[in-house]
Each structure stands twice: as C-alpha cells, then as structure tokens.
Design a protein around this ligand. Structure first.
Ligand SMILES: Cc1cc2nc3c(=O)[nH]c(=O)nc-3n(C[C@H](O)[C@H](O)[C@H](O)COP(=O)(O)OP(=O)(O)OC[C@H]3O[C@@H](n4cnc5c(N)ncnc54)[C@H](O)[C@@H]3O)c2cc1C
Length: 402
C-alpha cells in the first residue's frame, strides 16, 4: 500500500500493530482456520497493549483516537495475514462500544467498558435474525418489561450469524420493546441493551454454524427464551435503539472496509512475490502482461477504495464535533467505502489465486484462504444490493426499491 498521506497517529498505529501481528504468522492462521480454533492469543496481545479501546476516550480507559486510526488497526491486522478471522476476534469490541460510549450513562460506561478494553470481557453483536434478513426494522426478538420484584426485561427470540458468541460474555442486543403495530414509524420501538451473555443461565442457547471461511472465529445461532435482562442494561432511551445502533453500524462499515483492503493487499503481496520467482517458459511468470496487468489494476482499485475508506472514517470522527457533517453524509460515505473496498478485495484475491496457478489453490500458499474470507465484507454487515438501494434512494433521489 502507498503510505503517503496518512497522519502520524495512523502510522504509529500501523507500526505497532504490525509488530504485534508479526508474532502470529501465516502458519498460525492456517492452523487456526483448519482447526476452527479461536485466536485468543491475538485478542490478548491487543488488549494488553491497550488497542481494544483505541477509539474510546481516555476518560473511559481508551486511547482517545478515532475510527480513522481504528480502521488502520483493523486493516493492518487483516493485512498481516490474519485476514477477517484476526480482525473479527476484536472488531465488535471496537465498533459496538461506540454507541455505548455515546449514549450510555456515566455509570453504564464505567460498568461496561473497562472490562472490554482490558480484554477480560468480550462482546458480540446481536442484530441479524433468521426470519427477517436485512429488514432489521421488522426484527422479532422481543424484550418484554417485567413488573414486580425482578423488574427489567424478559427477552425471547432468535439471532443468527452472531460472531464470537462462543467466547463472548457480553452481548449488544437489539430487540423490539414496542410491537411494530403500535409505533408510528417502524424505526421506533426497538431498544438497545448491553447484556451479560451468560450461557450457564436458563433461556440462552447457541448453535455453531459451519461456514466457508474464517474458521478461527465462530458464527452462531442464538436462542433466547425468557432470558432476563436487568433494567439498567438498557442503553439510551427505550424505543430509540435503532437510531443508537446506527452510530455503531457506520463505524463497523469503516472497519470492515479496512479489513477488506488488508486482505486485498496481502493477496497481491503474495501473488507478486510468487510471480517474481516462478519461472515457466524460461522467464518469471510476472514478466507476462497477462499476469502483471490484472495484478496492477487490482492494486489501483485497492488504492482508490483506500481513499474512500479513510475519507469515510475521517467524516465519521469529524461528525462527533462538527454539526455540518450530517448523519446522511456519514452513512453514504461509510456504505460506499465498505462496498468499494469489498469489491476491490475480491478482485485482488481472485486475481492473486489465478496468477499463482495451482499453488493459488493450495492452502499453504494462503491466498485461497484470503479469497474465501473476502466474501464476508461483501455480505456483512449489509449486502452490496442494500448499499446500492441506499445510494440510489438517498443520493440519486430514485424511488425506494425495497
Ligand atoms: C461471517 C458472517 C459474520 C456475521 N456476523 C454477524 C454478527 O456478529 N452479528 C450480526 O448481527 N450479524 C452478523 N452477520 C449477518 C450479516 O450481517 C447478514 O448476513 C447480512 O446482513 C445479510 O442478511 P441476510 O443473510 O439475512 O440476507 P437476506 O436479507 O436474506 O438477503 C439475501 C440476499 O437478498 C438480497 N436482497 C434482499 N432484499 C433485497 C432487495 N430489496 N433488493 C435487492 N437485494 C435484496 C440481499 O442483498 C442478499 O444478497 C454475519 C454474517 C456473516 C456471513
């Protein structure tokens, strides 16, 4: 990647994260992927060095940097060869804490965030549901207010694709507190909770999903049945959870974009190394324009997506103190960044596999793992189609298509 134009803070973050990640080489990630083993060691190393709280204020125990620097951190983790799996073992702890820091009370942030920053706690993010897909506003998981002694809420429903739920002891949960039929707008009546995710308690069960890539990090179905949540675990106002969670979702899109870029650059690095060394028909394969040009154009697409990604992250941070930066502008920038970076990563990973011939398909050359993982930022946290629906409607003023 071309490094000019980054701030000193970003460059410092990159240098330190590269150093931490150098302890976990490609063989570590290959073994974790194949054994479906969680990369606890990377999570601990990052927590120990204070990087989980990178985008949280020092008053809460964080580093006081922003999503701009956090995006660089996640890109560097992914680019080290850790890929999406390495990034996913920390990323929810970075983005999902944003709405808690912004909308939680002083008492709540003091109770919830230090454990995550120190790495003694882990959080997973519970939004997606099996029967509603991308129609988040129709989600069916319900938190019912409980009167009497226990108070709080009882939550019932099902979540799906919840990453790191096997290792997390906390969850940020979006659930409906007022039935859809009783609210004026579908975006109302949803509430955000920061909950203890205690698998020993009644009413909480998990089922691990077998998936295409990122074997090191678990994805799960989560079944909630009358699971109790104390009242003081509600973040912000009841019924305003959707607006609150959007704050974390825009940050998430920037981090995912960074992670996608990291995969793309890592793949190109491996492919160009191979193409310099592999000799066929008496010359390095990289001397053939049929190999060289696809890699060169993939690099340029990554560089373009990089500019969009860091622009979006900068806008996100700026919006915290600059009212001229609208939520809509941040949303458009963050969605565009995630879309473009994910597509550029796919191009880079696919061309890298193909330019390495048979060895591109061999696990020990690692690019097949990057290719499998680079589908994640294309699908999650929001699909390519929904981003195009959003830009079509909100930017181009076209009729809503969904
Ligand atoms: C590896 C992985 C990890 C994940 N981790 C988490 C997590 O930690 N927490 C969490 O909450 N979720 C997580 N997710 C879920 C992810 O955010 C969703 O899979 C994603 O939002 C897509 O939702 P869906 O799978 O229900 O797709 P669906 O809503 O079923 O959509 C299926 C397809 O139809 C398309 N489509 C649907 N409607 C339209 C329309 N009107 N116009 C055009 N196209 C349309 C979609 O774009 C998509 O391609 C994860 C997913 C994966 C794969």
């Amino acid at each position: 990647m071309e490094m000019s134009g980054f701030t000193d803070d970003q460059l410092d973050v990159r240098a330190t994260i590269e150093k931490i990640c150098s302890r976990f080489d490609d063989d570590y990630w290959l073994a974790k992927d194949q054994a479906s083993e969680y990369p606890h060691e990377l999570h601990s190393a990052l927590a120990k060095s204070g990087y989980i709280g990178i985008a949280l204020p020092p008053s809460l125990g964080g580093s006081g940097l922003g999503i701009l620097e956090a995006t660089m951190m996640l890109q560097t983790i992914s680019e080290s060869g850790a890929g999406m799996a390495g990034a996913q073992c920390v990323h929810a702890n970075v983005y999902a804490t944003q709405p808690v820091a912004k909308f939680g009370t002083e008492e709540q942030v003091a109770r919830f965030l230090p454990g995550l920053i120190e790495g003694t706690d882990r959080v997973c993010f519970g939004v997606t549901e099996p029967n509603i897909g991308l129609e988040t506003l129709k989600l069916k998981t319900t938190a019912r207010k409980v009167e009497g002694e226990t108070g709080g809420y009882r939550v019932s429903g099902q979540k799906i694709w919840i990453s790191s739920a096997q290792v997390a002891n906390k969850m940020i949960l979006l659930a409906r507190t007022t039935p859809l039929e009783q609210v004026k707008k579908a975006s109302e009546g949803l509430s955000l909770f920061f909950i203890d995710f205690d698998k020993t308690k009644p009413g909480l069960q998990l089922r691990r999903i077998k998936k295409m890539g990122g074997g090191a990090v678990d994805a799960n179905e989560v079944f909630l049945d009358d699971y109790h949540i104390p009242a003081d675990n509600l973040i912000g106002e009841e019924g305003q959870g959707f607006k609150i969670v959007l704050h974390g979702m825009n940050a998430e899109r920037c981090l995912l974009a960074g992670e996608a870029l990291g995969l793309g650059y890592a793949a190109l690095k491996r492919a160009s190394m191979y193409a310099r060394e592999r000799v066929v028909f008496g010359r390095p394969i990289g001397q053939n324009q049929g190999i060289q040009h696809p890699l060169a154009s993939a690099y340029m697409h990554l560089e373009a997506a990089k500019l969009v990604t860091y622009h979006a992250a900068r806008l996100y941070d700026q919006s915290a103190h600059d009212e001229t930066v609208s939520t809509r502008a941040v949303g458009v920038a963050c969605n565009s960044a995630k879309y473009l970076a994910a597509e550029a990563a796919l191009t880079a990973c696919e061309r890298s596999v193909l330019s390495m011939g048979g060895m591109g398909y061999a696990a020990e050359y690692h690019v097949e793992r990057y290719l499998r993982e680079c589908f994640v930022p294309r699908i999650a946290p929001v699909s390519r189609e929904m981003i195009m629906n959003f830009v079509g409607e909100k930017v181009l003023g076209l009729p809503r298509s969904y």
